[in-house]
Design a protein around this ligand. Structure first.
Ligand SMILES: [Zn+2]
Length: 304
């Protein structure tokens, strides 16, 4: 890793995050279990020890393509080959990776994904953009206020489902194989909580069958979150595909999951890595990362 470059990138990333916290589309939409929430929300020393134990976040255990092409991109920003705008690792308008395309991940998903976004929310701040960069043929990002029917002619409500933790949502890990294999199309809302409520009033959204995921503690750094299970949108999408794979092909045993969909979090994990690096070895090593207590734990071996 080029230390000077990384530090600079991490710093500008953080500066950008701070500037735009309020309009960030990722909010407390994917919190799932109340038990989990109340467990995390409690305080006390025991809690702190527990928190420390939990620092072995899922994100440090991912099986990812090498970060080398991102490391090699050099200082500062790069030019998008299509729109010629200055960008970092990918272009959020053209959904193109700016690193050597043969060395960054590209995935073929078993299910089409449609992401609903409010037209006024800035795409540059969305965690979901890399999903389309990594899965260009299987992810659509829509910026519509009013949602046209999401079912194509002849499709059923078993085939098109909404990822949302409603009370009546089915847990992906407990669905039957028949139910899972019926899913052709997953709809995800990527919006602030306020705009999410708007989408949930749209007849073509609210009528969908809802599915939910098992969650782990988020690696999302943008918010002082209410509970640590409030996932960013890309994390929620990743956990859907991980749970789907674990149920369908691993007998429900997460320890048998091979990491098949981990690269969905390639850019997300890289940012995590940059922040850990900046605050442990980089130019912010004497500062506290105050926004999330216990967030900085250093670099796990898997990410060195
Ligand atoms: Zn572009």
């Amino acid at each position: 890793m080029e230390s000077a470059v990384q530090h600079q990138e991490a710093q500008s990333e953080l500066a950008e995050e701070q500037k735009d916290e309020v309009s960030s589309p990722d909010a407390k939409r994917f919190k799932v279990s109340e038990t989990e929430e109340s467990r995390v929300a409690g305080a006390g020393e025991q809690q702190e020890t527990e928190q420390k134990d939990q620092q072995q976040l899922y994100i440090t255990k991912l099986k990812l393509t090498s970060f080398a092409p991102l490391d090699e991109m050099g200082e500062g920003r790069n030019t998008c080959p299509q729109c010629k705008q200055s960008r970092k690792f990918f272009c959020y308008d053209c959904y193109l990776p700016l690193a050597d395309q043969s060395r960054v991940p590209k995935l073929e998903l078993p299910i089409q994904v449609t992401v609903l976004r409010h037209p006024k929310e800035k795409i540059s701040k969305s965690s979901i953009v890399p999903a389309k960069v990594i899965c260009p043929d299987h992810v659509k990002i829509r910026h519509d206020l009013h949602i046209e029917p999401l079912l194509k002619e002849g499709e059923t409500f078993d085939e098109v489902v909404l990822l949302f933790p409603a009370e009546d949502a089915k847990d992906v890990q407990s669905m039957s194989h028949e139910e899972l294999l019926a899913i052709k199309h997953l709809v995800i809302i990527d919006s602030t909580w306020h705009q999410t409520k708007h989408f949930l009033r749209e007849p073509n959204v609210v009528s969908l069958k809802k599915v939910k995921i098992q969650t782990e503690k988020t690696a999302f750094w943008r918010y002082q979150r209410i509970a640590e299970t409030n996932l960013s949108t890309i994390e929620a999408m990743y956990f859907f595909f991980r749970d789907f794979e674990t149920n369908l092909n691993c007998g429900g045993d997460l320890s048998k999951y091979s990491g098949k969909w981990d690269d969905l979090l390639y850019y997300y994990a890289y940012n995590y890595w940059l922040i850990q690096k900046a605050y442990t070895e980089g130019n912010r090593r004497y500062e506290d990362f105050t926004r999330i207590k216990g967030y900085i734990t250093g670099l796990p071996d898997t990410m060195k």
